[in-house]
Ligand binder design. Structure first.
Ligand SMILES: Cc1ncc(COP(=O)(O)O)c(C=O)c1O
Length: 468
């Protein structure tokens, strides 16, 4: 495949020269791991880097290259890599035992901490991942309301289980993805992002158990949710007797110590959490009020004359994850880590947009909190990068992409020492510094120039960026 093009692209040739060990590992991996990868979003052409170690805001690959890391453990590392207090907590638990197949003290402490931090949480049930958390949240909502369907927003991601597989990257018409049953796909109703009127119409149909949303918008705000939408959804779900689920797998403990619900002052019925929750270790949780979560309690359900909601999981509240989670949440609760990451991200977005203007590239870098998203302007509109507002662009354009060009951008940034989060942007931690921002801005400039040299910035030639 792309191997054959090695001679045609300086960007790819540079990458191959810097990542020989990765190429070798990827050749081996493809014999045993489908596509050579373990997660769809790590798919890269010709191949991705192979990580070796990390510290703070930086990571190193097996070829010895250093990167400013904007993947951040898929968003799980708000404190950066290897925070000493988190590592010490993990080591202390590791020395005592990994899996005791028994209740343990840390799960109690962890749950109390979550309850203290997250407004909607009275009760917590731990899971092993964010995917499991959204699956359980949907089950709890159906059981609580006796209704069948869940409303979701197109492009919003809630993990990979069957009920949420479609409508994110594809199957926007609600048809089932490969391997998913049609009746399961039909059990969710897909609505355009932020279309509260459409939600209202669907809710009037009466069979809706819940509306589920990524509160700052899909893909960490790549398709932004205007904050007022959250309040409107709160009102209309209440009016129609449906539940509101905030999927705070990414935003929880990041947007603010209490998540997006604390930041925007809108309290959902059910909250799903993962990533930062477990401090970089695997783990997830569902939180909510006593009456909804106590459906998991055999005695409470029995007393209420109901069947309890069934839930298992070998690694729920794994002691190592609990140790890492407690250490992480305690630091977040007692510091300005969330605000610091957000402030650094704002500085970075501004500086990257200034480079776009200087280089005459009609793209934009936009986003909220500690995220940044790259808008590559697939329709070639005239725009001013430093005043671009992602909220004014259609979903199709925001999510539209020239994969070949953005794939090269990703590689060019790696060549210049920066690991983006997939093709679309990045996620910052409290460990990122002004020096990281300065470094990244120069890498951005060099990468855009490398793309120009290869004739890949058609927009830069055809449509001038508006600079005044
Ligand atoms: C908003 C959101 N929900 C759910 C998930 C699924 O979490 P996990 O990968 O832990 O299964 C993700 C993962 O990126 C996510 O971004």
């Amino acid at each position: 495949m792309a191997d054959r093009n090695a001679g045609e692209s300086k960007i790819l040739a540079t990458y191959r020269a810097r990542t020989k060990r990765a190429a070798e590992l990827n050749r081996k991996a493809r014999e045993v791991l489908p596509g050579g990868i373990v997660h769809d979003s790590r798919r890269m052409s010709p191949y991705g880097i192979y990580g070796d170690r990390a510290q703070g805001s930086r990571k190193w690959d097996v070829d010895g290259n250093e990167y400013v890391d904007y993947y951040g453990g898929h968003g799980s590392l708000l404190l950066g890599h290897q925070h000493p207090q988190v590592i010490a907590a993990i080591q202390a638990q590791l020395a005592k035992g990994m899996h005791l197949a028994a209740a343990h003290e840390l799960e109690v402490e962890w749950a109390y901490l979550i309850r203290e931090m997250v407004p909607s949480v009275e009760r917590v049930r731990f899971t092993s991942s964010g995917t499991e958390a959204t699956q359980l949240a949907m089950r709890l909502a159906r059981a609580a309301t006796g209704r069948r369907k869940i409303v979701r927003f197109l492009t919003h991601f809630h993990g990979w289980h069957d009920h949420v597989a479609g409508g994110v990257h594809d199957h926007f018409d609600g048809s089932p993805n490969a391997g998913v049953l049609g009746e399961v796909a039909a059990s969710t109703v897909l609505v355009a992002p932020n279309d509260v009127a459409a939600v209202e119409r669907v809710l009037a149909g009466k069979d809706i158990a819940a509306v589920m949303i990524e509160p700052v918008g899909s893909s960490s705000g790549a398709v932004p949710t205007p904050p007022e939408v959250l309040g409107m959804l709160r009102e209309s779900t209440r009016k129609h007797g449906a539940l509101l689920i905030f999927d705070e797998v990414v935003t929880g403990f990041r947007v603010a110590p209490g998540g997006a619900q604390a930041y925007y002052g809108v309290t959902p019925d059910i909250t799903t959490m993962a990533k930062i929750l477990a401090g970089g270790m695997p783990g997830g949780a569902v939180g909510g009020p006593k009456d909804i979560l106590d459906q998991l309690d055999h005695e409470a359900a029995h007393a209420a004359g109901r069947e309890h909601v069934n839930h298992h999981g070998t690694h729920n509240a794994h002691p190592i994850s609990a140790a890492a989670g407690i250490a992480t949440l305690n630091i977040i609760r007692g510091s300005d880590a969330c605000a610091k990451a957000s402030a650094t991200a704002a500085t970075l977005r501004k500086a990257m947009n200034e480079v776009l203007e200087e280089e005459g590239v009609p793209w934009a870098v936009y986003g909220v909190h500690s995220f940044f998203n790259i808008y590559s302007n697939p329709q070639g509109h005239a725009l001013k990068p430093t005043t671009f507002d992602g909220g004014t662009i259609t979903v199709e354009a925001l999510k539209g992409r020239n994969e070949a060009m953005l794939g090269k951008l990703r590689i060019a940034m790696l060549n210049n020492g920066v690991d983006l989060k997939g093709w679309r942007g990045g996620i910052l931690s409290a460990a990122h510094t002004q020096a990281d921002v300065d470094f990244t801005v120069e890498a951005w400039r060099k990468s855009l120039r490398a793309l120009k040299e290869e004739g890949l910035l058609a927009g830069a030639k055809g449509v001038k960026a508006v600079t005044a």
